[in-house]
Ligand binder design. Structure first.
Ligand SMILES: O=C(O)COP(=O)(O)O
Ligand SMILES: [Mg+2]
Length: 221
């Protein structure tokens, strides 16, 4: 007899469409700095490795020196961190509610933990998640498998899988030894075929069945 399944979720570009918020926050920081704004699509393509890497990429795009990294990052975290009301992707809430009936749910994001937890809280989803691990929860962040393994920790020996939108998430799942379900409507820019994934989905309505198929194809050893 094996334990209940555990499903890990990424946050930005997977459960929430946070690109408009992130882009507005980045552009507010650039404006304070006296630099020109960047387009939302370009900023969305810089998301996935946490706020510090995002700000490094933004600085590179606007040729802003590394001596400004700490200040710009502080401002970004203050501005974006205050935005807890984030839009969920269509069907995400319903899919989470269905899946929570049959599995434990955990969050593993490179967003700052406090901000991620506040977003789930504001969306009324916090009670569905057993663990919330952020990019600052451990010394290592995704694609290191440690945060995902920490998110799974303490939830028994049931089958596990990870759902995310980026090559970082695919690599994290591979390193943690769990199947990856790729959400193709998020921000991931790597061509789908290049990502190691068990399956992909473009709409959350399809996720519960996909999870069941994936888990039934991979009975625990
Ligand atoms: O904050 C980021 O860069 C990415 O966050 P995610 O891991 O939830 O996609
Ligand atoms: Mg993501």
């Amino acid at each position: 007899m094996t334990g209940k399944a555990v499903i890990g979720f990424d946050l930005d570009g997977t459960l929430i469409d946070s690109a408009p918020s992130i882009a507005a926050s980045v552009n507010a920081v650039l404006m304070e700095h006296g630099a020109d704004p960047l387009e939302e699509d370009r900023i969305a393509g810089m998301v996935g490795s946490g706020a510090a890497v995002l700000i490094e990429r933004v600085r590179a795009a606007r040729e802003i020196g590394a001596q400004h990294q700490a200040d710009l990052l502080d401002r970004y975290l203050a501005i974006d961190g205050a935005k807890t009301d984030q839009p969920l992707y269509d069907g995400a809430r319903a899919a989470l509610e269905v899946l929570a009936e049959e599995a434990a749910l955990v969050l593993c994001t490179n967003k700052v933990q406090r901000h991620a937890a506040a977003i789930l809280e504001a969306a009324g989803l916090a009670p569905l998640f057993a663990n919330v691990i952020g990019g600052d929860s451990l010394p290592a962040r995704k694609p290191d498998p440690a945060p995902l393994l920490a998110a799974f920790d303490g939830l028994g020996d049931g089958p596990r899988l990870f759902v995310g939108d980026s090559g970082i998430d695919a690599e994290t799942a591979r390193a943690a030894g769990v199947p990856f379900l790729f959400y193709s409507s998020g921000y991931g820019q790597a061509p789908e075929a290049a990502l190691p994934h068990a399956a992909s989905f473009a709409a959350f309505d399809d996720l519960p069945a996909l999870v069941r198929d994936t888990l039934s194809e991979r009975p625990p050893a």
